[in-house]
Design a binder for this molecule. Structure first.
Ligand code: ADP
Ligand code: MG
Length: 648
């Protein structure tokens, strides 16, 4: 029958200065199934090193190590962790329990990595704890248990996957006499069941309980003696193993455990997690708010432009806005407007002149913009009548003093007295005018929406206020069937021919619309780019903290590897943690942006934030992505840790 463990010419060297030092030198050792072996020796003699190699936590420098006849040097990392999971149970001097998990949770871990179903797993863990006298304390955290109790939890953990070999490195080293004896009694019992027990100790009293004592000194076996006890080979009972659930089920289960573990880890360091998230929160919140701000202001401006009317061209004297001589250009006149209105592609034309005057009604006095307009004006601008009526072509030709005022003016002049404005006579400058209608105030547009506006026939304004026939502008509404750009071209040529020179300029509302759209888009893009940079900075923060977290939790990683975690499991756990930080940060960031939007809109500014789904989804995906990208390096570092180095 092949021995359980065969070691030949085993050597383990550590690099030291220039060369190496050998800690284990040519160890030959055979251990049969069911033996209870004590490895003794003074401190530093190499006991733990040997134990770690036997437990597949460490690799020998040279020599062979076979388990049940299988050579182990050719196994890859995952095969080694599978062997650890199935065959070995570790008991450490310092228990090495995971502080965030309950006793039951700790005992369960090996079965999680082995892919056993949850219900039988919990049942078995509870049964094992019960058997070790811990039935009352399954939900206690390690910090709430005494040393002896913690060691019993770690024994239960070692038995979870029904390990046939128990490796115990100084299991009583940190315990008082009574607890230590209790642990040894349990080990005796396990041995009696047929398990192979290998126990490392420097205490001769402990060693005496074993049937075989191997003494190591300076890396060599100096004696290997069997005590009086009979080394009877006990038939190992076939232990029933819980049915493994399906491959996918096991993966999902491992993912779920890793997820819960990540949440526990985040909860254990609330403040730190929050500060890490802060970068992501600020980044996401600013991206979303900026996009909403851009959308909101753009919609507002576009709505203002729509109030200029669609398909309209505005013709102004001069060479462009800001032309100082524009006021002296008197060539844009009513006959131009009349000529334009004859063109086939022109739907309607309204000339505009304007002047600022003081208006008075009774004792109320205010400054107002007096617009001289044609009767088509209200149609072209899409103004809505609130009260009364508008003036018509007759009013224009009869130079009437009928005034249409906007709501702002109505409020300013008649608000206090509560009189109906219709039919009242107001003084515009020194000209008495009768109010015939009230229209809604223009939404902002290119003037402030707080302006008081008074509309009179342009003929009246020219005759009674300005005293000449020139116009401030001519608004042309192009026929719907004609392209505005083509019409603009034609109107420009037409007027240039009429004037003999180009002393005017044409504004096309479509052009303005496009310019504004592309300007706000460019601005949004720019500010978003800055926000994205802050997200990247946030991501680097996440990476930084994850690296710290990995180095802080090296021993946890070691324990997980010892109980059979694959590299993939460790990688997954830390990656989940990083992604979770970013995701929570992302969700909080979205919430912050929405809260900001509510506050902003409630503050009653002239425009509102407009949130849409796309940037939020993008933010969500983006934060996941940041978690994966910036969490990968720390997670990979964690998964590549050497189990021995992690445990020491
Ligand atoms: P013990 O018998 O007390 O358990 P160990 O097996 O832990 O002894 O250590 C044996 C020797 O190997 C010690 O001298 C120790 O300094 C050395 N050693 C252990 N681990 C390392 C390491 N990672 N690098 C270098 N030397 C090590
Ligand atoms: Mg040791």
């Amino acid at each position: 029958m092949t021995p359980l463990i065969t070691v030949e010419k085993l050597r383990r060297e550590y690099p030291s200065g220039e060369g190496t030092i050998a800690v284990l030198k040519d160890i030959d050792l055979t251990i049969e199934k069911g033996e209870m072996v004590a490895i003794v020796g003074s401190s530093g003699s190499g006991k733990s090193t040997l134990m770690n190699i036997l437990g597949l936590l460490d690799r020998p420098t040279s020599g062979t190590y076979c388990i049940s006849g299988q050579e182990t040097s050719t196994l890859d990392n995952d095969e080694r962790s599978a062997l650890r999971r199935e065959h070995f149970g570790f008991i450490f001097q310092r228990y090495h329990l995971l502080a965030e998990l309950s006793a039951l949770g700790n005992v369960e871990i090996p079965a999680v990595y082995a892919g056993r179903a949850r219900a039988p797993r919990r049942e078995r863990a509870a049964a094992l704890l019960g058997r070790l006298g811990m039935a009352e304390r399954t939900e206690h955290l390690p910090g709430q248990l005494s040393g002896g109790q913690q060691q019993r939890v770690s024994i239960a953990r070692a038995l979870m996957n029904d390990a046939e070999v128990i490796l115990a490195d100084e299991p009583t080293g940190a315990l008082d006499k009574v607890s230590g004896d209790e642990v040894l009694r349990i080990l005796d019992e396990l041995h009696a069941e047929g398990r192979t027990i290998i126990i490392v100790t420097h205490d001769p009293g402990v060693a005496a309980r074993a049937e075989r004592i191997i003494e190591i000194s300076d890396g060599r076996i100096v004696s290997d003696r069997h005590s009086q006890k009979d080394a009877t080979e006990v038939a190992v009972p076939a232990t029933p193993r819980a049915q493994s659930p399906s491959q996918i089920g096991a993966r999902v289960d491992r993912f779920r455990e890793a997820f819960l573990m990540a949440i526990k880890a985040l909860r254990a360091h609330r403040m730190r997690s929050f500060l890490t998230m802060l970068g992501i929160i600020i980044g996401i919140a600013s991206v979303i708010s900026v996009v909403a701000l851009g959308t909101g202001s753009q919609q507002k401006v576009l709505a203002n432009i729509s109030s200029l009317g669609t398909n309209t061209l505005e013709i102004f004297p001069g060479t462009g806005f800001g032309d100082v001589r524009a006021a002296r250009v008197k060539t844009l006149v009513v006959s131009d407007a009349d000529a334009l209105s004859q063109l086939s592609y022109v739907d309607a034309v309204t000339p505009t002149v304007s002047t600022a005057e003081t208006v008075r009604f009774g004792a109320v006095e205010a400054n107002a913009l007096v617009n001289g307009v044609g009767s088509e004006y209200f149609v072209v601008k899409g103004s809505s009548l609130v009260k009364g009526r508008l003036f018509n072509a007759d009013s224009v030709s009869s130079i009437s003093q009928d005034a249409v005022i906007d709501e702002n003016a109505a409020k300013a002049l008649f608000g206090d007295s509560g009189l109906d404005p219709i039919g009242q006579v107001i003084m515009v400058g020194s000209v008495p005018c009768r109010v015939i209608g009230v229209i809604s105030s223009q939404q902002g547009g290119f003037g402030s929406s707080d302006n008081l506006s008074i509309f009179l026939p342009y003929t009246s304004v020219q005759a009674r206020f300005i005293g000449d026939m020139s116009l401030r502008s001519v608004t042309v509404r192009v026929d719907d069937s004609v392209d505005t750009a083509v019409a603009e071209q034609a109107v420009t040529e037409f007027l240039t021919r009429r004037h003999g020179t180009r002393d005017f300029f044409v504004l096309n509302t479509d052009d303005i619309r496009q310019t504004i759209t592309s300007t706000t888009q460019a601005l949004t893009l720019l500010v978003s780019a800055i926000a994205v940079i802050s997200l990247v900075v946030g991501g680097i923060g996440v990476m930084n903290i994850m690296l710290v977290s990995v180095s802080e939790r090296v021993s946890e990683i070691g324990v997980r590897m010892a109980v059979g975690a694959r590299r993939h499991d460790i990688l997954q756990q830390f990656l989940i943690e990083a992604v979770l930080v970013c995701l929570i940060g992302g969700v909080v960031g979205i919430a912050v942006a929405l809260a900001f939007g509510l506050a902003f809109n409630a503050a009653g500014t002239s425009f509102t934030l407009v949130f849409s789904m796309t940037p939020m989804l993008m933010a969500f995906v983006c934060s996941c992505f940041i978690g994966i990208v910036f969490g990968y390096l720390p997670a990979r570092n964690a998964s590549r840790l050497d189990p021995v180095a992690a445990l020491s």
